[in-house]
Design a protein around this ligand. Structure first.
Ligand code: AMP
Length: 299
């Protein structure tokens, strides 16, 4: 496994790998962008990439442009040595670890704005966040030029923004979305779970529990988004130090609110547990045969 931080060196290495790759799987490049502090959620993306692609590239870059000044950029966990060990064990070919200076040379002034969808859910709570995400992912796509790029359903709003960016700007690649990987008790894995104290870790279960409660309610025939919202909000507010950021029932592509979930929906929650902001979501399947699957046309 090669670990590279220089953009032009990465391009040269990928050109050579594409030309010499002689494995039986197709010579496509599968790309897994991450911010490091890797866990089994990231591992699942890498495994999916390994399964589908002849060459697997992962990036580790804590992108300053997607953090607001008051957010956790400087204390975000950085565990490069362990991350590289895990990626090597999973058969990754190349790890790209650029510096902020290489990605954003002095005076860099170009951004990618995916309008409207970027202002919803996490985009509403974190203004400018998705501008930073879309810009760095667009740059990484240009640098790595993958055929397939792997993202987690855990970040459902990010998936909606990036799918729209790929569609609207004709990036020649396909986005593959992998299911959310959870701890045995249901907590969605996240690099930010490391911030939680023992008591907060217990309270953090309110997110997955809120989603489960709404999913069960929907499964027993409740179609009204208002009822599901009420259930999720009540479950989230059970914890003493919980501060709900948002609770939403939306279309997974547009992130616009839905009144009725019979045709499928994205249930999404964000809540502070102590000072740590956590997110989670669940997709509800259609009960009418008109399944809403992100990125696929509605039938
Ligand atoms: P991050 O390092 O947090 O930027 O995440 C990198 C990628 O891993 C993103 O596509 C995330 O959606 C994905 N990811 C993070 N947590 C999980 C999880 N628990 N299950 C599946 N994918 C995840």
């Amino acid at each position: 496994m090669q670990i590279l931080s220089d953009i032009s060196e990465l391009r040269t290495v990928l050109r050579t790998l594409r030309a010499t790759d002689d494995r039986p799987t197709p010579r496509s490049v599968g790309f897994v962008p991450t911010m490091g502090a890797l866990h089994d959620g990231h591992r699942s993306l890498v495994r999916a990439a390994r399964q589908h692609c002849g060459i697997v590239v992962a990036s580790i870059f804590v992108n300053p442009r997607q953090f607001a000044p008051h957010e956790d950029f400087s204390r975000y966990p950085r565990t490069l040595a362990e991350d590289c060990q895990m990626l090597e064990a999973e058969g990754v070919d190349v790890v790209f670890t650029p510096t902020a200076e290489a990605m954003y040379p002095p005076g860099a002034a170009a951004f990618v704005d995916v309008e409207e969808v970027s202002d919803r859910l996490d985009g509403a709570s974190r203004p400018g966040h998705f501008r930073g995400v879309a810009t760095v992912v667009a740059k990484l796509f240009h640098i790595v030029q993958p055929e397939l790029a792997f993202f987690g359903q855990k970040d459902a709003a990010q998936v909606a923004v990036l799918r729209k960016m790929v569609r609207d700007l004709d990036f020649p690649l396909e986005i593959i979305v992998c299911p959310t990987v959870r701890e045995p008790d249901g907590l969605a894995m996240s690099s930010r779970n490391r911030y939680l104290s023992t008591e907060e870790r217990r309270q953090a279960l309110s997110l997955s529990r809120a989603l489960q409660a709404a999913q069960m309610q929907a499964a027993s025939g409740e179609h009204r988004a208002s009822a599901l919202l009420q259930t999720m909000r009540a479950t989230l507010q059970e914890g003493p130090s919980a501060r709900v950021d948002y609770v939403a029932v939306v279309d997974p592509d547009t992130l616009l609110p839905l009144d009725d979930v019979a045709s499928g929906a994205l249930l999404a929650v964000a809540s502070y547990v102590g000072s740590t902001r956590l997110i989670d979501n669940a997709l509800l399947a259609s009960t009418t045969g008109n399944t809403v699957v992100p990125g696929k046309k509605k039938s």
